[in-house]
Design a protein around this ligand. Sequence first.
Ligand code: ADP
Ligand code: MG
Length: 238
Amino acid sequence: MGSVSLHNVNKSFKAVDVIHDVALEIEDGEFCVLIGPSGSGKSTLLRIIAGLEEVSSGTVSINGKDVTELAPKQRDIAMVFQTYALYPQMTVAENMGFALKLAGMPKAEIAEKVKQTARMLELEPLLDRLPKALSGGQRQRVSMGRAIVRDPSVFLFDEPLSNLDAKLRVQVRGEIADLHKRLGTTSIYVTHDQVEAMTLGQKIVVLWDGRVEQAGPPLTLYNDPVNTFVASFLGTPS
Ligand code: ADP
Ligand code: MG
């Protein structure tokens, strides 16, 4: 279970409005892509869903429950960042198990869970390494592993491929798609890359200047964009 709804979400930093009246309905199990140019409010919106940023007004619900006032830990979500955000002094296994340890899970159970997830991501041979001894692609997989072990209702991805080179980007993108096929976890994925959006998204939400310009299945947006901005972003001539 992992539906996500946003109602009339607004956000300003100081006096500057950056998110305007955003409404979103993401269904359980859906892979939803938020796409828009730099500064359009993608990360802010994702951080609002994660509870890392407060709304100025409006509500956020997960699984039909209003979580607007809840801390990130209480939201049943896990976030994968662009910068991986791994703890440099911890091994891969420790990085992956850290949240479970904080949650008080017994050691043996953590070890089992980490092993299972590492197998799924082909990280098993790397479990004793430190992050600095990993390639970029491996680090990003550890970062995903850290989210997966927590078994959340919703995965949030903020431009997870942007620090990888072109070849790895395609590979890790495929791994993210496989993961969604396998686990079926609701995913909200931020990117400014139209190929990523069209490849991964079951629903695409186009943001511009903190507003939702259009939301729908990739083909609908591609064939029937509401305006030239959406058309230019998703590649149809207008
Ligand atoms: P995107 O992820 O689409 O590039 P962001 O959500 O990071 O966009 O930013 C949207 C707007 O909000 C930008 O104009 C940015 O400068 C502003 N913004 C984001 N975070 C902050 C902050 N902590 N303080 C002030 N302004 C911010
Ligand atoms: Mg961003």
